[in-house]
Design a protein around this ligand. Structure first.
Ligand SMILES: Nc1nc2c(ncn2[C@@H]2O[C@H](COP(=O)(O)OP(=O)(O)OP(=O)(O)O)[C@@H](O)[C@H]2O)c(=O)[nH]1
Ligand SMILES: [Mg+2]
Ligand SMILES: [Zn+2]
Length: 307
C-alpha cells in the first residue's frame, strides 16, 4: 500500500513511454506498461542542446502520482523527420487529392524524395476520387500507373471497407504518419478510419462564421496494433540541403539501374551512355519524374551554403 504521505511529498518515480503529442511546451507521454498518459515538460538541459523531444520519441521520464512529469532522456531514434517533426516513424501515407487541389507531381516527388532521404517508406493515397470529372480520368490513371511502376504502393479507393483492408496490412505493428498538402483530406481520412476521434476538418462552418479548420499539431493514435498520426499540411518542402550526387538514390527507378551508367557518379544529365537517360527515352522512366529530378538537382546546385 502506498502511504498517503508519499502523495503529498510528490515523490517522483521513473518510467519509459512514447511521446504521442506535443503542444505549447508540454509533451504527452504514453507510459509503456499502463498506457496511461502523463503530462510532461522537457528537462532544462534539452533547451541547451540541439535536441528537442519529438512526437514519436521513446523517452525516460520521471513523474509524480499526479501524472505530471519531466522527460529526462530521449532514447535512440529509428528515424527522424523534420516536416512534420516526428520520430520513429516507418511508413508515411502521402495523401494527394486528384482535384481541389489538383495533383501536383512536383510537390509529390519532392515529398517522396524527402521520405526516401529520411528512410521512411512512402505509401501514396489519392483522395477525392468522387470529385473527379470524366475529363480528369486519364490524368489520374497516368499518375496511378507512374507511381505504381516506380514501385510505390498506391492506394486508390472510394470505398471505406476496401481502404480499411489495405491500410490494416500496411499499418499493422508500424508507426505511420499521414502527410500531404493542406486540404487534401488527411484529417477526413483519419476520422473515417477512427470514427471516435472526431478531428476537426476543413469544412467551412458558415454558421459559426469561422474560417477553415486546419490541423495544427501532430498526434499519434492507436490503430490496428500500430500507431497513426495526423499532421499539419504543408505547401512546400525544403530539400536543398541534400547531396546532389545522392539525389538519384532517392528515385527508386533511377537507383535500380544507375549501376549501368558508363560513368561512376553519373548525374544522368549530360553524360553519354547513361542508363537513366536511355530508360527515359524508352519510356521506362516517366518524364514528370525526370523533370522533378532535374528541378531538385538544380535547386541543390543553386542553394547557398547554410551555416
Ligand atoms: N468530396 C470529398 N471531399 C473530401 C474528401 N476528403 C476530404 N474532403 C474535404 O476536403 C476538405 C479538407 O479536408 P481535411 O481533412 O480537413 O484536409 P487536411 O488534409 O486534413 O487539411 P489540413 O489539416 O489543412 O492539412 C474538407 O472539406 C473535407 O470534407 C473526399 O474523399 N471527398
Ligand atoms: Mg487536417
Ligand atoms: Zn546516368
Amino acid at each position: 500500500m502506498t502511504n498517503p504521505q508519499d502523495n503529498l511529498q510528490e515523490k517522483a518515480s521513473s518510467y519509459t513511454g512514447q511521446i504521442i503529442k506535443a503542444l505549447s511546451g508540454f509533451y504527452y507521454v504514453e507510459e509503456t506498461e499502463t498506457k496511461e498518459i502523463f503530462t510532461t515538460r522537457a528537462r532544462g538541459q534539452f533547451r541547451n542542446t540541439q535536441t528537442t523531444p519529438l512526437v514519436g520519441d521513446f523517452v525516460e521520464f520521471t513523474a509524480t502520482n499526479t501524472k505530471e512529469g519531466t522527460v529526462m532522456k530521449i532514447l535512440p531514434r529509428y528515424s527522424e523527420m523534420v516536416r512534420p517533426a516526428v520520430a520513429n516513424v516507418d511508413v508515411a501515407l502521402l495523401v494527394a487529392s486528384v482535384t481541389e487541389p489538383q495533383i501536383q507531381p512536383k510537390l509529390l516527388d519532392r515529398f517522396l524524395v524527402y521520405l526516401e532521404s529520411v528512410n521512411v517508406e512512402p505509401v501514396i493515397y489519392f483522395s477525392k476520387l468522387d470529385l473527379a470529372k470524366e475529363k480528369d480520368h486519364d490524368q489520374i490513371k497516368f499518375f496511378i500507373d507512374t507511381y505504381t511502376n516506380v514501385g510505390y504502393k498506391v492506394i486508390v479507393s472510394s470505398s471505406l471497407d476496401e481502404m480499411l483492408d489495405k491500410l490494416k496490412d500496411i499499418v499493422r505493428d508500424h508507426t505511420m504518419v499521414v502527410v500531404g498538402q493542406s486540404g487534401v483530406g488527411k484529417s477526413t481520412l483519419l476520422n473515417r478510419l477512427l470514427p471516435g476521434l472526431d478531428i476537426e476538418t476543413g469544412e467551412i462552418s458558415t454558421s459559426l462564421g469561422r474560417g477553415r479548420h486546419t490541423t495544427r499539431h501532430t498526434e499519434l493514435h492507436d490503430i490496428f496494433g500500430g500507431k497513426i498520426a495526423d499532421t499539419p499540411g504543408f505547401s512546400s518542402i525544403d530539400i536543398d540541403q541534400l547531396d546532389k550526387i545522392l539525389l538519384s538514390n532517392y528515385f527508386p527507378e533511377m537507383r535500380a539501374i544507375q549501376d549501368q551508367c558508363q560513368f561512376r557518379g553519373c548525374t544522368h544529365i549530360h553524360e553519354p551512355k547513361c542508363a537513366v537517360k536511355n530508360a527515359l527515352a524508352a519510356g521506362e522512366i516517366a518524364q514528370t519524374r525526370y523533370d522533378s529530378y532535374l528541378q531538385i538537382f538544380e535547386e541543390i546546385e543553386n542553394a547557398k551554403p547554410k551555416y
